[in-house]
Design a protein around this ligand. Structure first.
Ligand SMILES: NC(=O)c1ccc[n+]([C@@H]2O[C@H](COP(=O)([O-])OP(=O)(O)OC[C@H]3O[C@@H](n4cnc5c(N)ncnc54)[C@H](OP(=O)(O)O)[C@@H]3O)[C@@H](O)[C@H]2O)c1
Length: 219
């Protein structure tokens, strides 16, 4: 049975990824701070109390994983809305911690637990694309997701010799808590696309940035 680990699994896209992986016959290690009722009902093996921006959270996560992981999905993220007029530097730093530093910390900490031919997803955002930034603002989110993209390209280079593929993915504009439930698609559609794209990722291939619908995005 394929084993996946999903961060931010208690709600939004992470919850839906968890549900779909289980529906496909897999086992999911669902990582969260606090499990939701929906997550408890999903059949996932829940690893709770994991604050991903704290070393103690990463330690707690690693201690709870004692089986090879076939799919690692770094999904947890945070969006704040700083404009130039209302800069909150603390919020910008918090977004860096969770959006860019935590997926690297999680992947590095779990390296020895990744199965041969495992695949790693980094869920970033097209808001981290330099070329696609035509509207400005959103400093912390844009900066941290651009950093996440760079981190994921390095990961894909560094993990290729181990046969591990890294998929760098934008889920779409999705109706979740992050967007105030505005968006073009539901988490179900986003999760379907993300899982399909993750399966297509091949170790050692030139890294690309993809929308869950398969479209290639500019860096
Ligand atoms: N929704 C969109 O349109 C959209 C677009 C582009 C990219 N994305 C990306 O897709 C991913 C999932 O987003 P979503 O829409 O599902 O967001 P969401 O509904 O707001 O869920 C965010 C998840 O991240 C977790 N999280 C946040 N900070 C954390 C921390 N410090 N430690 C542990 N967990 C933390 C949250 O846990 P708590 O419940 O404990 O806060 C929650 O499970 C994110 O990386 C996001 O940036 C989303």
């Amino acid at each position: 049975m394929s084993v996946a680990l999903v961060t931010g699994a208690n709600r939004g896209i992470g919850l839906e990824l968890t549900r779909q992986l289980i529906a496909a016959g897999g086992r999911v290690l669902a990582v969260c701070r606090q499990p939701s009722e929906e997550l408890k009902a999903s059949g996932a093996s829940i690893i709770e109390g994991v604050e991903l921006t704290e070393p103690s959270g990463i330690d707690r996560l690693v201690a709870a994983v004692n089986e090879p992981i076939d799919r690692l999905i770094n999904n947890a993220g945070l969006l704040s809305k700083e404009s130039l007029d209302e800069l909150d530097l603390g919020a910008i730093r918090r977004q860096f911690e969770i959006n860019a530093v935590a997926p690297l910390a999680v992947t590095q900490a779990l390296l020895e637990r990744l199965a041969p031919a495992a695949k790693v997803a980094v869920i970033t955002s097209r808001m981290g694309s330099l070329a696609d930034n035509t509207s400005g603002s959103r400093y912390g989110y844009r900066m941290s997701k651009a950093a996440a993209n760079m981190m994921a390209v390095s990961l894909s280079r560094d993990l290729a010799p181990r046969g591990i593929a890294v998929a760098i993915l934008h889920p779409g504009f999705v109706r979740t808590g992050m967007t105030g439930f505005n968006g073009y698609i539901d988490p179900q559609e986003a999760a379907e696309g993300l899982l399909a794209r993750l399966e297509e990722a091949i170790a050692g291939e030139e890294p690309v940035f993809r929308h869950a619908n398969g479209t290639l995005l500019p860096w």
